[in-house]
Each structure stands twice: as C-alpha cells, then as structure tokens.
Design a protein around this ligand. Structure first.
Ligand SMILES: NC(=O)C1=CN([C@@H]2O[C@H](COP(=O)(O)OP(=O)(O)OC[C@H]3O[C@@H](n4cnc5c(N)ncnc54)[C@H](O)[C@@H]3O)[C@@H](O)[C@H]2O)C=CC1
Ligand SMILES: O=C(O)CCC(=O)C(=O)O
Length: 630
C-alpha cells in the first residue's frame, strides 16, 4: 500500500522564477539609480536570510524598511508575478490539479501576492501559509504580523509541525529555510530546487537536487508533462566547440560537460557510459569500440563537414543518429584557399621568413599573378564549386574533376579524368570528401603527371595525399609551393607536438587544420548542429542527418509520439500496428522511412493509453531503440 504524500513547496525562486520583494522594489522605486541601489541591497539581505546567515525576522524587517511600498503597488506586483511562474511548474499543471489537496505553499513571503499566483495552478488558498503585511491608514506597508510563526526562525518547520500531516512529507525549495524543515525532522525528504537559483549551502544539504519540477516528478513516479526530465540528458562537448552550442544545450535544460581537446578511444569509452549526446569536431574518433561503451547514446554531432572520423555504419546499427554541418564553414575554407593560392604564387611565405631573419630580397623572380592561371579543382562539391566561382571572378581559368557528374558553374570546364586535370593545371587544389577509398589518391604517380613548378593545396583530408611523396616532390622542386591544412596524423590538442615530413620545407605553408576555423563558421555550426540534435530529442526529426532515413515531422500536438528504430527487415510496421491495435490505441499519424540498414517509424497516438505498450514495442524482434515522446 502506498503512503499518503504531502508536497510542501516554497514560493520565491521556486514557484516563481523571482524573489517577489525584489520585484516589488522595481515597481515602487521609479528612479532607476535609487532603484538599482536599493535592489542590490535587498538582494544582499535576501541571500543572507536564505543562506541562514541572519535571522529571518531581521531580513524581513530590513527589506521592508527599504521598500516604502503601498497596497496599490501590490496590484502591479501580482500582475507581474503571473508571468514569472517557473517554467516546469507551468508545464506540469496536471500535477497541481491531481494533487491539489496535498500541495501546500509554505513561504516567508506574503499571502497578499502568493495566493493569487498559486491559485493560477489550482493550489487551494487554505493551503497557503505565509506572512501578512500591516498597513497604515493610507495603505502604506508598515511591517508584518509578528505573531505569525513564519516570521520566526525555524518558522516553516513550526508551521508544518502544526499541520500534523499524516504520511510522507516532501519539501521542494531553493532556500536554507526549506532545508530547515527536514533538519527539524518534520520532512521525509528535502529537494533542492535549482531551476531558478542554485545555492551551494542548500544544495549540499539536499536529499536530491531537482533542476526542474520534472525531475522531482520523475524520481517520485508522479505524472509529468515530459516523458523524460531534460536535466537527465547528458551532453559531452569536445574539441573546444563554440560556446553557443554549450549555451543552447544548457538553455534546453541538459547537463553539459565541455572539454577543450579531443579524447583517445580509451578515455572516450570511459566518458561515454552515461552520455546521451556527443559533440565532436574532426579529431575525436568515434569507433565501434567507443560506441559499444555508450549504452545511452542517442545522437552524435560532428561540428564540421567531414564524418569520416565516425563509424557511421555502427552508429546506424545501434540506432544512433549523426548530424553534421554541411555548409556552415565552406565559405571559410574557400577564402583560405584563395588567400593561400595568392601567397604561394608570390612566394610570400619564403619572403616573410627571410625578412624575419633580416634578409631583404626585393625581386620579381618566381612571383606571379594568379590571373589567367589554370586552377585544377579535384572534388566539385560544396567547397570546390564555391572556390570555382570566386577563383573565376579573380580571373583564373577553372578546371575541375569529380567522380560524379557535376554542373560546371560559370566558365569552369570539366575534366573527364584526374590525369587530364593534373596535366593541365598550374595550381592543383584538393576538395574531395574523406571516404576511406580516397586514401592516397594523390601519390608519386599523380605528382609525376603534374606540370613542373605546380602549386599544390590540400585543405580536404590528410589521408588523401601520400605525405612522403609530397615531401619528395617539394624537395626536388617539382612542386614550387604547397599549402597543407590537414594531415594523416594531427595532434589531438594544442599541447601535443606536430610531427610531419613537411616541416621545414621551402615555400610550404602549413596550418593546423583551420580551414573552417573562423568565428563566423564556428558560431554558425554551433547554432546549426545543436538545433538539429535538440529537434531529434524533442520531436524525433531526423531531417538532414548523415545516417538516418530523413524524416521531417510535424510539431507534436495533443498527442504522444512513439519512436521506433529497427533493423530493416520485412513486417515490422505491421507488428508495431498489431501491438497498438491489441492495446486499443488510436493512431493519429504515422511516418515510416527506411534506408539499407534501418527502418524509422514515428507514430502519433492519443494521449490516453496503457504505458506498458512502450515496453511491448521495445520487445518486437529486430527493434534497435524505442522511446515515447511527450
Ligand atoms: N580544412 C578544413 O578545416 C575543412 C575541410 N573540409 C573538408 O573539405 C572536403 C570537401 O568538403 P565539401 O565540399 O563540403 O564536401 P562535398 O561532399 O560537398 O564535396 C566533395 C566532392 O568530392 C567528390 N569526390 C569524392 N571523391 C573524389 C575523388 N576521388 N575524385 C574526385 N572527386 C571526388 C564528391 O563527389 C563531391 O562532389 C571534405 O573532405 C571536408 O571534410 C571541410 C571543411 C573544413
Ligand atoms: O573545424 C574542424 O574541426 C574540422 C573542419 C573540417 O575538417 C570539416 O568541417 O570537415
């Protein structure tokens, strides 16, 4: 038999996002300078009281004396506080409705403004215990009723004791006075509520920290508006991804761990145990072994274009969606390539190095314009084709070679083989993707086909060029200048040393994989990828994912969404629908898409159904992952 539960909830910074007396100050002191000063003082006194540093009665006395408030100000305060109810309280109206007899608001604030606010969610006025103001004849607030136990130290505990509640008592609050109820032995559990404010002295004492009401409801198996509390979703952000991403995940309510560098396989295996969302750039290798150590992983975000560092096939088999940012940094790479082509054509790297050593070598020898030169682009995708347009606008003759048919932009001319392009280009630049079969597509044989004195650029992927062969050809003078941004072995962080056969070679411009590293690109990526991942978590939308069947889904209306990922074998949709039919569940909408490996089925259903159906869906043979969303 379950015991009767009573829920004691604090008001300021718990039921509402704000401290009501701070807000009252903003209303009754119109002068901004004086208001600012008074507010700072009120906040200081509030914190001292909440952290148990000064007696409560003293904190109240001091704050009211600063306020100079009047009854008429309270009307404005109430209107304002209605818009300040905590988000997770607003979304869990059903909990307040279902437990209205057992919910109590106990506050050191004032009934005059608490009752109208908590009533908005159905809390009974007779279940509100708080202070009351005293007024003079003009309606000015002169103080408070000092006979009320809530003005005294340990007042909340005394008040609850007087209620003599049978069964279990759970306290939810953000302040030390809330913890005191548990300390006095009157509450069974104290939950530190940190959605609006987190105080160390309170969090340290809590039985459980609840970053939202959803977490409280989840741990106590009470009805919640969310299928899973967002604070339980752990995000691991590696490789110094732009802070915009961290902010977006935090705003969503996820737990975020940020690391500046990449992780080796062993470290990654350890870290991934409880991670739901993994964010990487190009250096973290998400291997099959790492994925085996990631039982909760739902999504991997590559905050870049290339996804060759991720075992995509294994991700798909395990029902883990992968997103990348296919366009956000392309312009940055193109601009860098253009800059490098000009630098190399003018021998500027050498000239600059010699100037630093004190040598003045004013000469036009080996220094050329790029106008009228033949640019050979290998890989005419998003980057190659943009480079084509910019290079042509600078007067270059553009040629390209791609393994698939591509529309030539402007006056660019297609080459029908790599050999054809290599034989004619004055400048060869690589922009192919990082698929495994592209390993060493440029080696000794390809360098032989190039013109003597060619300029060579690789801003694509390190493994596509045979570095030893490149070094040989630079040393022999066959290659007059070269720019390399990507390497077969790259340091995993800024502390590790860079080793390469290219170090110290003439007219060789080396950069630490920064083609896409501009503020603009990184901010764009850090906006785009999290938005895709958050959408996947919230709605199941997989549109523009790298490895999942792409489904663009309507917003979830008044329905629950059942998400089912399964191996692509015949008959699964029928089995899902059988389970739903057997359980008398009405389907409101259904979407199915498959790829070679998996099937992805989204079913929107009426909100009233036996929750055991979720387990039944998980048990359908060939199911990879299944979850319910609401
Ligand atoms: N250095 C850096 O910081 C950055 C590097 N990249 C890399 O640049 C490369 C290009 O990126 P996107 O243009 O966005 O890729 P994309 O996928 O749009 O284009 C790649 C093109 O290369 C073609 N291709 C593949 N293999 C080929 C081969 N062997 N020969 C000829 N064509 C071949 C493909 O058909 C495709 O058209 C990628 O490797 C990407 O990872 C991208 C952004 C930043
Ligand atoms: O900026 C990065 O970390 C990697 C950029 C890159 O190579 C890509 O986007 O494919």
């Amino acid at each position: 038999m379950s015991t009767h539960k009573h829920f004691i909830i604090d008001f300021d910074s718990t039921f509402t996002k704000v401290e009501a007396l701070d807000e009252l100050c903003a209303i009754c002191i119109p002068d901004p300078v004086r208001r600012q000063k008074t507010l700072a003082e009120i906040q200081r006194i509030t914190d001292l009281g909440m952290e148990g540093e000064i007696p409560l009665v003293e904190s109240l006395d001091q704050r009211l004396a600063l306020l100079n408030a009047n009854k008429s100000h309270l009307t404005s305060l109430i209107e304002h506080l209605k818009s300040q109810i905590s988000e997770s309280f607003k979304t869990n109206r059903a909990f307040f409705e279902a437990f209205k007899d057992d919910i109590y608001i106990i506050s050191n604030g004032f009934k005059e403004f608490i009752v109208p606010i908590v009533r908005e969610l159905g809390v009974k006025p007779e279940n509100v215990f708080a202070n009351t103001f005293t007024y003079d004849e003009e309606g000015n607030i002169t103080g408070f009723d000092r006979t009320n136990p809530l003005t005294q130290n340990q007042g909340k505990a005394k008040q609850i004791k007087a209620l003599n509640l049978p069964g279990e008592v759970y306290v939810i609050g953000d302040g030390y006075t809330d913890y005191e109820i548990k300390e006095a032995g009157i509450a069974d559990k104290f939950y530190a509520f940190t959605e609006n404010v987190s105080r160390d002295s309170v969090v340290d004492k809590a039985d459980h920290v609840t970053p939202s009401l959803d977490e409280f409801l989840y741990v106590n198996k009470l009805p919640s508006s969310l299928s899973y509390p967002k604070n339980r979703i752990k995000v691991l952000v590696l490789e110094g991804i732009h802070e915009q991403a961290v902010n977006m995940f935090k705003e969503e309510g996820y737990q975020v761990e940020f690391m500046a560098g990449a992780l080796e396989e062993e470290e990654l295996c350890e870290k991934l145990q409880d991670v739901s969302i993994l964010c990487i750039r190009s250096k973290t290798h998400v291997t099959a072994k790492a994925l085996e150590h990631a039982p909760r992983l739902m999504a991997v975000g590559a905050f870049c274009i290339g996804t060759n560092q991720i075992d995509l096939a294994k991700c798909t088999e395990r029902g883990i969606v992968v997103f990348n940012a296919p366009y956000s940094n392309t312009r940055s790479v193109v601009e860098m390539a253009i800059g490098e082509i000009i630098m190399l054509s003018r021998g500027l790297v050498e000239k600059s190095n010699r100037m630093h050593a004190g040598d003045w070598d004013k000469s036009a020898k080996g220094s050329n314009e790029i106008r009228g030169k033949k640019l050979g682009i290998i890989g005419y995708g998003n980057i190659g084709s943009q480079l084509s347009v910019l290079a042509e606008s600078l007067g270059m003759d553009v040629y390209f070679y791609d393994v698939v048919d591509k529309l030539a932009l402007g006056n660019a001319k297609v080459c029908h083989s790599l050999a054809e392009l290599l034989a004619l280009a004055d400048i060869v630049t690589l922009h192919v993707d990082g698929r495994a079969s592209n390993k060493n597509i440029i080696g000794t044989k390809e360098f032989e086909l190039m013109k003597p004195g060619v300029l060579f650029l690789n801003l694509a992927r390190g493994h596509v060029v045979d570095i030893e062969a490149l070094a040989q050809n630079i040393k022999s003078g066959k290659i007059r200048g070269c720019a390399v941004d990507v390497f077969p072995h790259e340091p995993k962080n800024n502390q590790e040393k860079f080793e390469s056969a290219l170090r110290g070679l003439p007219n060789t411009l080396l950069s630490p994989h920064v083609g896409g590293s501009t503020e603009e690109a990184q901010e764009n990526i850090a906006q785009y990828v999290p938005s895709k991942m958050i959408d996947y978590v919230n709605t199941g939308g997989s549109y523009n994912s790298v490895n999942f069947p792409n489904l663009q889904l309507p917003a979830l209306g008044n329905a629950h969404r059942l998400i089912h990922i399964h191996r692509n074998v015949p008959g699964i949709l029928a089995k899902i629908n059988n389970v739903l039919a057997e359980n008398n569940i009405n389907i409101l909408g259904q979407y199915l898409k498959t790829n070679e490996t998996i099937g992805y089925v989204i079913t929107d259903v009426d909100t009233q159904y036996d929750r055991s159906v979720i387990k039944k869906l998980k048990h359908i043979p060939d199911t990879i992952k299944s979850r319910a969303l609401y």
